[in-house]
Design a protein around this ligand. Structure first.
Ligand code: 1CP
Length: 336
């Protein structure tokens, strides 16, 4: 059993494994180089050779315990037939959703469209040292619906006046997405992923009355499926504040990633019987090293007696200096 699995499954406290969300990406010059030669982001995700190479870039540079496959949560709507474009500084743009067409998509067609993602996982697994985990991932249904219906005006506001949560077709879609996320997870596992992270990055934007149906219930279905096929799960319901406790009690994942708004002392007291991951604000990596190292120590001290995986409260920012990240990893390694 590798370090991350021991922590997730056995709740082992003897070491603190470390990896970072968005560790394969924009802050690395070696990624920027490949990206500048590959303007079509989806095509890049479907180039198994390059995707495996990008996945391994941070592993070559740093002493990390896990690689996360270079792909995107929006590969799911892509697999279901929606066109996905990434425009510089504008974020992702999806073609207008055609619900009936989408509900008709068959498993085989979906798997064929995403075949190269699974090939990339196979290639990475062959090259990745056995002591390291390979993390597969999905976006949770609500977070995907935001992009699929183009509901996000900006980081804080939702354009949901015309979004009818109670419409039958929205419910059918939620079910379809959950079902196909499970297919996507099973294929990632068969290709060699040994942990699944479920990103509900916009859970905090859900109106309270819909949290149960659109966040807890689908995350629960996915975690239950992971347990059935024997792969540990990490949930990240970002932005739901003290409702992390309710989320944990209902969804029961193997691990919870906390965001930077969660007080780590509160998390330690209130989120029991679960491995915890992350928490530190990624902006701190842009600060002076004194404050940064104090914060690294703070998280390590608070979670000293818990199964804890060092990571952040959200993904690494593109402005992060790769050398600063290196010093953080060294600091975590030298703890105790
Ligand atoms: O070069 C570029 O312009 C592409 C930037 C980029 C990268 C490197 C995007 C576009 N996606 C990715 C890779 C990616 N996305 C990974 C790879 C592995 C790693 O983490 O190292 C992962 C796990 C994701 C997941 C993802 N994509 C999330 C969930 C995590 C999070 O950050 O909240 C979300 C919300 C997306 C959507 C997405 N993909 C890309 C962008 C610019 C966005 C939009 C973010 C937003 O709406 O603010």
């Amino acid at each position: 059993m590798n370090k991350l699995t021991k922590c997730l499954i056995n709740k082992d406290k003897s070491c603190v494994p470390v990896w970072f969300m968005r560790q394969a990406g924009r802050y690395l010059p070696e990624f920027q180089k490949i990206r500048s030669q590959n303007p079509d982001f989806i095509k890049l995700c479907l180039n198994s050779e390059l995707s495996a190479e990008i996945t391994l870039q941070p592993i070559k540079r740093y002493d990390l315990d896990a690689a996360i496959i270079f792909s995107d949560i929006l590969m799911l709507p892509f697999g279901l037939g929606q066109e996905v474009k990434f425009e510089k500084n504008l974020g992702p743009k999806l073609s207008k959703i055609e619900i009936n067409k989408l509900l008709d998509v068959k498993e085989n067609k979906f798997i064929n469209k995403l075949d190269q993602v699974y090939k990339a996982i196979e290639k990475t697994r062959k090259e990745l040292d056995k002591s390291k985990s390979l993390i597969g991932f999905v976006g949770a249904p609500w977070t995907l619906l935001i992009y699929m219906f183009d509901l996000k005006k900006n980081k804080k506001d939702l354009n949901i006046v015309n979004f009818n949560f109670n419409k039958d077709e929205v419910k059918s879609l939620l079910q379809k997405i959950t079902e196909f996320l499970c297919i996507h997870i099973k294929k990632q596992k068969e290709a060699g992923a040994d942990i699944i992270q479920i990103f509900d990055s916009w859970a905090g934007l859900l109106p309270e009355e819909h949290l149960k149906q659109f966040c807890y219930a689908p995350n629960y279905e996915i975690v239950k499926f992971c347990r059935k096929i024997n792969i540990p799960s990490i949930c990240f319901p970002k932005g739901i504040g003290y409702r992390y406790k309710e989320f944990m009690e209902i969804v029961k994942p193997d691990c919870l990633n906390i965001d930077s708004d969660i007080n780590p002392n509160w998390a330690k007291e209130n989120l029991n019987n679960v491995c915890l991951q992350g928490g530190m604000d990624p902006k701190l990596l842009l600060n002076n090293e004194g404050k940064l190292f104090d914060e690294v120590d703070k998280y390590l001290n608070i979670f000293n007696n818990r199964a804890y995986i060092f990571n952040l409260g959200h993904g690494l920012l593109p402005e992060t200096n790769p050398e600063v990240l290196k010093s953080v990893i060294e600091k975590v390694r030298s703890y105790k």
